[in-house]
Ligand binder design. Structure first.
Ligand code: SF4
Length: 250
């Protein structure tokens, strides 16, 4: 199997800015450094995904141990699905047309397979829906039909003391209707991003408000270096209140 060109995160990066996608692939040394504090916040967010697996216990974890395992995992997942070996699978790799999607949780019910993607957030954003649409596009075109696609996020109204109950901590929301409407867009945007990666020079994109939406770009130090500090957008890596909430449950 050929190596993938785009993953879910690079697809979302390219959707925000084709230059960011290009620099990330071809000039990664230009990326801004992340402070230890920011890194700690990101890793707390990643642990939420592991907690949400307890909503569907007893599954097999197919998380690739390194990037070199991605395509091997895709084939192993295909085998597990084709032979009905497991009904719950975590960190499930799929590939189609050199696009790689690693889904958090895949569950087989009486009517077929349902996808669940976990978000370390208190709600659902347009970017999360686009990210789900990318995964749905890859999974279904690789040959697996899905009954539904859910995003799982933290219930902002759940109040607790000590350790939370997992089934009350998380909320599930079907985003299938929105995801289906975005399938053509995902196809076209993936083609645009693949073309951008073939360029000899980075795309000529001027820095502006898109550099912080939906995420602060990690090439701002490079692109904004000639612009006075006071004219640069204010970067936020998430609310302190939310990270305090994450600390409480871990
Ligand atoms: S800083 Fe802005 S223009 Fe530069 S790569 Fe990032 S998003 Fe694109």
């Amino acid at each position: 199997m050929e190596k993938h060109i785009l993953s879910k995160s690079t697809f979302i990066r390219g959707n925000q800015c084709l230059k960011s996608l290009y620099l990330n692939k071809k000039r990664p040394f230009l990326r801004d450094r992340i402070s230890p504090g920011q890194r700690a916040k990101f890793s707390r967010g990643h642990k939420i995904g592991d907690m949400a697996q307890q909503l569907f216990p007893g599954g097999i974890d197919m998380r690739p141990k390194s990037p070199s395992q991605y395509q091997k995992r895709v084939l192993e997942v295909q085998h597990i699905i084709n032979t009905n070996m497991h009904e719950v699978i975590y960190e499930v790799s799929f590939q189609y047309d050199q696009l790689l999607a690693i889904l958090d949780i895949l569950v087989k019910g009486n009517d077929g397979w349902t996808a669940f993607e976990v978000k370390s957030s208190l709600g659902i954003s347009d970017t999360y829906i686009l990210d789900a649409a990318f995964q749905y596009y890859v999974i279904t075109n690789s040959g697996l039909q899905l009954n539904d696609f859910f995003l799982i996020h933290i219930d902002p109204d759940y109040e607790f003391e000590g350790q939370p109950e997992i089934d009350k901590l998380f909320k599930k929301a079907s985003v299938l209707d929105e995801v289906l409407k975005l399938q053509e867009y995902v196809k076209e945007q993936a083609a645009r991003e693949k073309e951008a990666l073939k360029l000899e020079k980075s795309p000529a994109i001027e820095p502006d408000g898109h550099c912080i939406k939906p995420y602060p770009c990690d090439f701002m130090g490079h692109c904004w270096k000639k612009i006075p500090l006071e004219q640069r957008p204010q970067v936020s890596y998430g609310s302190e209140k939310f990270y305090d909430f994450l600390k409480k449950i871990q």
